[in-house]
Each structure stands twice: as structure tokens, then as C-alpha cells.
Design a protein around this ligand. Structure first.
Ligand code: ADE
Ligand code: ZN
Length: 333
């Protein structure tokens, strides 16, 4: 099965570039920038990765980002992810970044965006992986702060395809960001949002009706609401589920309890993703392997998961056809 998963052509739609920051690279960049981390060794960092909820994780994730200062740092972080993506047979990826995590530390928006997008262009040329960038707002901050970022992004508009919403979900409902989502819609950005990871099913309803999302990040708790499952299915909304993230952040107690197979059987457009792979124990192959072992997924299930990801991605139509040819070939082998 592991060999079958390795060769499965994959599309990744839920990946925070800051969450792909491996401790080795974190130390290296910290050293060259003269910034000390609150850890003495790489083992120390790994030991700190014991999360019992989303907030515990986010505190460590934001700390790690402090060493990122220069365009080259963002380039190195991003290119390292693409090398992993290549090893995992990822053909196309849609990447989140959190501008506020950096601009709030005094790093210029341009530094962040140019570092990331130069690595994306090089990955397309050298590794043959296409990608899009999603600008994600931190929901624990105000809507005014998100609007400020949207304005800051205007000169770089062609670099992004969508806006997103992440960070602490509980207590920061979709309603809080209605205005900035409407503004982004007027600028023709696509819209996604994290919802139903820790927050209630109502946050998913509200992301659909108030934020007009094109795709849903996580969405696990839709399982609690049959009408919502029907709505997601009828509207063919893509769900970017993240099995190892859910396990590590205790969204599920055991991967055997993960809803992805039930959702797939119900006809929802569910996909497998790594979220923050450096923190949660693995990239795409690890996520596919763990979930397929836990839920006894068939080859056809794996095919459908990858097919869903191709369909709900924003790759061009010719590109999607090319991915489907590769996927069909994999299925026949
Ligand atoms: N930021 C990075 N990963 C996240 C997640 N899984 N949920 C919310 N915010 C995040
Ligand atoms: Zn996420």
C-alpha cells in the first residue's frame, strides 16, 4: 500500500507555508540572522511539539516564525516545502501564508511575498510543480487589521488567487470578517475559510452564507448536522481535511474516528492535506498512509480523494485534464 500511495498523483490544497518550517531549517535561519529561539536544540523543539489543542500549537508556530526576516528566508522556507512536495508526488499545491504573522513583527509585506513567489516560480521550472498562493487573515486579530492587509496586498494582486481565514477559531466567528470577505470578492479573489475544526457546525453555515466561501478548510464538525452535509454536497464544496493535524490537535481521539471515509461515501468533495506538516508528523504520503491504514481505504477511495482534489483545485482546465490522465494511469497500473 505504501508504494501505491507514493505513486498516487496528488494535489495539496491545505498547507500553511509557516507550518512546513522544519526545526533544522529554523535553527539554520535563526543562526544566520542572529536570532535566538527559546530552545537549545532541534530535539528540544521536537519535544515542545506536544499539543493538546489548536491554541497550544499556534503559540509555538508563531514563535518559530520569528527567525524569518529576509526575502531569502521566505524563499528557503518555501523551496524546502516544494522539495518535500516533489518527494511526495504532489503535482500541484495551493499554499497559505499568514502575512500578519510577519508584518506585525515589522517585516515588509513585499519581503514575504517576493520570497515565497520566487520559490513558487523556481519550483514550477525546476520541479514541475504548479502552485497558487492564498493570503490568510488571522482571525484572533480584528477585521480592521485584515482590511489593512487587503489594501497592502493591492500592488501584488496578481500574486494571489484567494483569501483565507485561520488561527484560533473558537470565539472568532465568520461574522467578524464579513466586510473584508465582501471587499475581497469585489476584487475577484476566491474565498476559503477554516471552519468546523474546533468551532461548531454553525461556523460552517456562516462561512457559506456570510463569507461566500468557494472551498472549506477542515469542516470536520459538519458531521454533527445532516442538513449541512446535504448543503455541502449539493453545492459541491471542496473540503480540505487534514488527518494527522486532527490527530495531533485532538480534533479526533483516534484516526479510526476520522470522518473522511463517511464523508467520501456520502459524496462530499473531501480531500487529504497536511496542514502544518513539520508540526503534525508528516507530509502528504504520511497523511494518506495513516488515514488509509486507520480506515482501511481501498485503491478506489484513494483515487476518488485525489480526483476530488484535482476538481476543487484552481488549476487550469488543461492542467486538470493532464492530472486526470496521470491519475487514471495510476488507477490502471
Ligand atoms: N494556522 C496554521 N494551521 C492552522 C490550523 N490547523 N487551524 C487554524 N489556524 C492554523
Ligand atoms: Zn490549516
Amino acid at each position: 500500500m505504501i508504494k501505491t500511495i507514493q505513486s498516487l498523483p496528488k494535489v495539496e490544497l491545505h498547507l500553511h507555508i509557516e507550518g512546513s518550517f522544519e526545526p533544522e531549517l529554523m535553527f539554520e535561519i535563526g543562526k544566520r540572522n542572529g536570532i535566538k529561539l527559546p530552545y537549545n536544540s532541534i530535539e528540544d523543539i521536537r519535544k515542545a511539539y506536544q499539543f493538546s489543542n489548536l491554541q497550544d500549537f499556534l503559540d509555538i508556530y508563531y514563535t518559530g516564525c520569528n527567525v524569518l526576516q529576509k526575502e531569502q528566508d521566505f524563499y528557503d522556507l518555501t523551496y524546502a516545502y516544494f522539495q518535500k512536495a516533489k518527494e511526495n508526488n504532489v503535482l500541484h499545491t495551493e499554499i497559505f501564508f499568514d502575512p500578519q504573522t510577519h508584518t506585525d513583527r515589522g517585516i515588509a509585506f513585499e519581503t514575504v511575498v517576493l520570497g515565497i513567489t520566487k520559490a513558487m516560480a523556481d519550483a514550477e521550472k525546476k520541479l514541475n510543480i504548479s502552485s497558487h498562493l492564498i493570503m490568510s487573515f488571522l482571525r484572533h486579530l480584528s477585521e480592521e487589521a485584515a482590511i489593512e492587509i487587503l489594501k497592502m496586498a493591492e500592488p501584488f494582486k496578481d500574486k494571489f488567487i484567494a483569501i483565507g481565514l485561520d488561527s484560533s477559531e473558537n470565539g472568532n466567528p465568520p461574522k467578524k470578517f464579513q466586510k473584508v470577505y465582501a471587499m475581497a470578492g469585489e476584487q475577484l479573489y476566491k474565498r476559503v475559510a477554516h471552519a468546523g475544526e474546533e468551532g461548531p457546525a454553525q461556523y460552517i453555515w456562516d462561512s457559506l452564507s456570510m463569507l461566500n466561501i468557494d472551498r472549506l478548510d477542515h469542516g470536520n464538525r459538519a458531521m454533527e448536522d445532516k442538513a449541512l452535509l446535504n448543503e455541502l454536497k449539493a453545492r459541491k464544496i471542496g473540503l480540505t481535511l487534514c488527518p494527522l493535524s486532527n490527530l495531533k490537535l485532538k480534533v479526533v481521539k483516534d484516526l479510526k474516528d476520522h470522518p473522511i471515509k463517511t464523508m467520501l461515501d456520502l459524496g462530499l468533495k473531501v480531500t487529504v492535506n497536511s496542514d502544518d506538516p513539520a508540526y503534525f508528523g508528516g507530509y502528504m504520503n504520511d497523511n494518506f498512509t495513516s488515514i488509509s491504514e486507520a480506515l482501511n481505504l481501498s485503491k478506489e477511495d484513494l483515487y476518488n480523494l485525489s480526483k476530488n482534489a484535482i476538481e476543487v483545485s484552481w488549476a487550469g482546465s488543461a492542467q486538470k485534464r493532464d492530472f486526470m490522465v496521470k491519475l487514471d494511469k495510476w488507477m490502471e497500473d
